[in-house]
Design a protein around this ligand. Sequence first.
Ligand SMILES: [Zn+2]
Length: 418
Amino acid sequence: MKLAHHLHLYQPRGNDIYTARINEECYKPLSKNKVLENVSFDIGPTLVDWLYVNDKNTLSKIIRSDKGQAMAQSYNHRLLPLARYDMDVDTQIIWGLKHFEKYFSRKPKGMWLPETATSKRVLEKLTSHGIEYTIGADNQNAKSSDTSKVFEIELPSKKKINYFFYNKLSGPIAHNSEMWQGSDLTYLANADYALEKIVQETKDDFILLAYDGETFGHHHKFADMWIEHFPKSAKKKGFDTVLISSVNGEFKEKGYVWDDSAWSCKCGGLVRWTEGCSCAGAEMDYKKQLLSAAEHQEDLVHEIFENKAGKLLVDPWSARNDYIDLSLKNLSWQEFISKHFKNKPSRTAQGKVLDLLKAEYHTQLSFTSCGWFFENIHPQTKNNILDMQKAAFFIKRGVGKDISSGVKGVEWMLEHVS
Ligand SMILES: [Zn+2]
């Protein structure tokens, strides 16, 4: 029996103290002792940026763990099916790819979708950027409850993408549910114990278990040692620990995936992020209001960007895709100017375009899914509102327009951050 793990490593920006704690408890131990070499993983670009500033040593160990099994992630954990414009899906994917290539020095074959939120439109975009596979939850697998196959999804364009659906035991293991009543042993306390359960529950030839990376050492103390010792225990029990990148061609079957589905909303949609649902604890008014304010402002920023930057740039949207190259140091500002400006720009024109690009950048960040994830208004909700304020600031400074009425309508939420 072949057994694979996937770890999704991600922390939202804006809480350095918390991220530093998770780094000590989780990322640091996972980066050692070949833990990540034996699993597939993806790491959020914004988390990589944090590690680059705060713990280069751990970051370089994580990168060195990549033997081809690391997957990219779209840029800032925006739910791609909820992005209303194709160009925004493109930009999220392109920024994620450029970021991955910069740090991992290769092109990725797989891409993790934030919250595994998916749709055929998003999958078409992934394939158009050369992505060959992604991962979903068992409840996103349409027309089959089998998770032991690599499902080849044929898209409306006839292009194909491979889907790995993880086994439903992933949830109980990640939550460390007790296996038998009256027993003190839990999955994450003992790899043998979890393996026995796997043997009991399934006779599949191939099993993928996927979890938030933070399960190991942060959500559950010492579980970093569990994942470290897992391959050894698995081998003893006759399992073959594999990487999904190596089974990409095996166990293939034609498959289907539900549009607008995600791993942490089982309501059959993305309601957790659009209006709230029992998966998050309750239906909360703030979610709808925040989303509609962010979308309203996004429309304004896009319109101004296209009109104003469009006068100076050959193609403003292609320039936006390259904006990330400036912070990644793939392009100097002078190179960016020669590549994207129609004519040699004045200093004022340069400043205006930079402000407009920054407004676009913070608009993307204002859709980070964590702002809508919880039952109550959360520090991440605050971060999204701060990004909306920044975008409005750069529009005002760049072209003198006041677009802050939308964000002003949701600023009351800042007082309710728990
Ligand atoms: Zn739900």
